[in-house]
Write a protein that binds this ligand. Sequence first.
Ligand code: DGL
Length: 275
Amino acid sequence: MKGDARPIGVFDSGMGGLTVLRALTVRLPHERFVYLGDTARLPYGTKSADTVKAYALQATRLLLAEGVKMVVVACNTASAVALKALAEALSPVPVIGVIEPGARASIAATRNNSIAVIATEGTVKGGAYARAIAALRGDVRIVQQPCQVFVALAEEGWADTPATLAAAEYYLGPLFAGPSPPDTLVLGCTHFPVLTGAIQEIVGSAVALVDSAETTADAVAEALAGNGLASQGDDSAPTRFFATDSPERFARVGEIFLGRPIDVATVELVDLRSL
Ligand code: DGL
């Protein structure tokens, strides 16, 4: 009995979702994954909710055509504005976003009930994190800061450069300067975990940085079990990658996010515009 051997589809505007894929492959070693990075249309974070929704629907159509049994929206911006539309469009295929798991992780981490959220412009504007955190615990103080330039720095692979430190100081210095600063910082964009070194240097070691990768992997494990979709096999196939621009760049820069080399031969160029 091999359970359900179909792959799980994971997508993001670019390579940021690879930080989620990394956690998924560790947590679910028997599953197969298909990853799509919509690199030609990145960033999503500066675009309107309607545009992001349209892009996300096209991305999931490609994943469905690949026969996925579940979709993980490894992009906070798309999770914030499109999760409901995606769940409706893909039903009965389950769709898991990253906002709720990230909110859970932040609640588990805070000791002083004060949480800062950094994300893209679109995620902050929609207020999805503030709502998700408040729904879990009403007595938490939440401050939010859009950090859109972090997306470009991360896509460049500029983890620890002076430019990244300067951007971190600009965005985060004021947020943590007050008399009782937040003790928890949510990396509310899947690109941000690769900038952890620079971010921690600016906010100080007492602040807990949380991202949604591991809690999302837990949520996916639960949903697989709950829907009878888990694979029981031990013959996990290599992940297949799709990118909407330059497979070569995807493979080269993507390894910073995934934490292991990506063979360019496993990255296929796709065009989502007609889907
Ligand atoms: N990685 C994405 C997120 O989690 C979006 C980055 C972007 O495309 O602006 O929000």
